[in-house]
Design a protein around this ligand. Structure first.
Ligand code: SF4
Length: 337
């Protein structure tokens, strides 16, 4: 990849998704182990240690970098599992570790001084001083910015935190809370992405066909009720429909996907180094489609920045796989400010 071009970082929830991302044109993939050390600890996802080694080798042979997310927070009694994950990743030759916990950053930096460290979105670092501290103290070379900043704020942080590389989310599901600090799932189930690696863990989810529709519950809490012909979503608390002041609706956030194709030139001008695609919990087809579209967009921007325009075909492809079949610029655009 040429220096100065945007790096396309794609999700690999399993080996098939990794293959799809690489074949569709990802510059890098990010993935996790089959345990609570990563924030997408769902059944059927992620990599065993053996699968991880084979997948890293397969991707790297094709010139694609592999980043391992160890981006949950251990507790005092179980740090050793997170340390083992770091040791293992370093031994297998991952290109970078994506970390959130300061103790883990210190551990990785001391034991593996040559290993690239990226600050996870879960680290909740949203200001240049916070990022500079991570760079200075732990040698962090890249940070994934939480999805709470406007485009102006991204520009300011990228400028002030340089030479630290900035990675931002370009497409996918939104987390409305400052990442790493949401306790909604924990409130309902006792388990949350921050420590156990899963928001709304599948074992707490139940579906029941009732007289007035399909009910989706999380640990007994009614999250949504769907009419017979209405597409049903996964019951995540922030995207549930609740009764507020006598009216039922999306009280916190409606299901929608972030889509920043329109902002791509601006993000590049801001000094953003990499675009991250959300969705390790989605399907192989999702990964293939999103990666293909974003590959075309980044290549078009690189080839001719002045003539970059978002193609209708790209938007149509992305709309098909977006949550609620709709997209948003999310916090990047705040017209009311
Ligand atoms: S409940 Fe929503 S905002 Fe909170 S962690 Fe889960 S997806 Fe993110």
């Amino acid at each position: 990849m040429q220096s100065g071009t945007l790096e396309l970082v794609c999700p690999a929830g399993n080996a098939a998704m990794l293959r799809a991302a690489v074949e569709a044109g990802a510059d890098a993939v990010y993935l996790g182990l089959k345990n609570a050390t990563n924030a997408r600890h769902f059944p059927g996802l992620n990599f065993s240690p053996d699968e991880l080694g084979a997948s890293i080798a397969w991707a790297q042979q094709r010139g694609v970098r592999v980043f391992l997310a160890i981006n949950t927070y251990p507790k005092e009694h179980n740090c050793s599992e997170w340390h083992r994950a770091i040791d293992h990743a370093a031994a297998l030759g991952v290109d970078a570790l994506i970390l959130a916990d300061l103790g883990l950053m210190a551990y990785a930096r001391e034991r593996f001084p040559e290993l690239r460290l990226h600050a996870s979105v879960q680290a909740s670092a949203t200001s240049a001083p916070a990022l500079q501290l991570l760079a200075r103290r732990f040698g962090v070379v890249r940070a994934v910015l939480p999805r709470v900043l406007s485009i102006d704020q991204v520009q300011q942080v990228a400028r002030d935190a340089a030479p630290l590389e900035i990675e931002v989310f370009g497409f996918g599901g939104l987390c409305i809370m400052v990442e790493g600090r949401c306790s909604l799932s924990s409130y309902a189930t006792g388990e949350a992405p921050n420590h156990q690696g899963a928001c709304s863990p599948a074992r707490f989810v139940s579906w029941e066909e009732k007289e007035n529709g399909l009910e989706a519950r999380l640990n007994g809490f009614l999250i949504d009720r769907y009419a017979p012909d209405e597409p049903a979503g996964y019951p995540t608390l922030c995207k549930g429909r609740f009764r507020v002041d006598g009216e039922i609706g999306y009280a916190l956030e409606s299901p929608t996907s972030l889509n920043t194709l329109d902002l791509l030139p601006q993000l590049k001008q801001c000094g953003v180094r990499a675009i991250k695609i959300e969705g390790r919990q989605r399907s192989v087809a999702y990964v293939r489609t999103v990666t293909q579209v974003w590959r075309r967009a980044i290549d078009a921007l690189t080839a001719n920045p002045e003539r970059y325009t978002v193609q209708t075909a790209w938007q149509n492809e992305l709309a098909r796989i977006s949550e609620g079949n709709q997209t948003t610029l999310g916090p990047y655009s705040r017209p009311w400010k």
